[in-house]
Design a protein around this ligand. Sequence first.
Ligand code: FVH
Length: 300
Amino acid sequence: MPNTPAHSPVSVLGLGLMGTALASALIKAGHPTTVWNRTESKTGPLVAQGATPAATARDAVTAGGPGGPGGPVIVCLTTNDNVRALLEPEAEALAGRTVVNLTNGTPGQARELADWAAAHGITYIDGGIMAVPQMIATPGAYILYSGTDEAAFATHRETLSALADTKWVGTDPGLAALYDLSLLTGMYGMAMGVAQAFALTGSEGLDPRDFAPLLTDWVIAMVHGNVSGMAEGLATGQHVTDVSNLAMNREAFPNFTAAFAEQGLRTDLFDPFQDLLDRAVEQGHGADGFSRLATLLKQG
Ligand code: FVH
């Protein structure tokens, strides 16, 4: 197979659920793929698909000879501490290469890894995967990328597009993690609300499958109504609303925590929201909509 950008060799370090899906997608797209995992047995299924196993992480990053094959070294481990511990001893071997780190972490961790890489002549691209392993290389999946060297990203973009759609978000290496965690924050907020809603209907023995369609439609409608409206309020500083203001919500909200308690449920997921509404109204923002709340979440 010719060593064109479309089929450039790639090394993948970390073959958990996600790393395995990533490596498999690269193999299917025709990239000569070298794989390494701390627990060696996880290389087996990928070798059966055509991957080359590396006995050590050093072998994986130097695959293709001195200076490596020119393709990216993709890393997907549990945490960025694991990444740092794995890559530090390989700094010399990685000099001149591009590391694409798809491990979930904080913006600060990404910036620290980028600084460490730059000090060793390594190009660092951070990524945030907006997909579960089963979605890799399917429509709808995308990966956010950021790093100081946008040209390096452009060089490897075609290779990376074998994994999922690519979204470049900027030259601050922390931005991919910031976007990733912000999107997941929205998801966790939704998960908390949905869990509490099922607990409330469940407290009367309602079948969750009967309630699910109502809840789905309601959540979707509320997302459509609220997210862009909040963005507009935040961007313009015009938070006043004629729809559902904070003063009204503050008065209504005790009904929720009271109902949870009446039904024998815990209230502690929702108690902080009452505190936030109280603070907003006490600071004179009663006529504002939910966008105001995002301005009241800074520490200090
Ligand atoms: N799975 C998912 O749905 C999400 C989707 C969004 C992105 N996340 C992040 O991806 C990272 C990896 O997730 P994963 O699902 O692949 O996780 P595991 O299946 O648990 O595999 C973890 C791999 O990390 C290796 N590993 C852990 N510690 C070390 C270490 N100290 N040195 C070297 N490798 C290490 C582990 O190796 P082993 O246990 O098999 O030997 C696995 O290869 C993660 O950041 C998610 O947040 C996934």
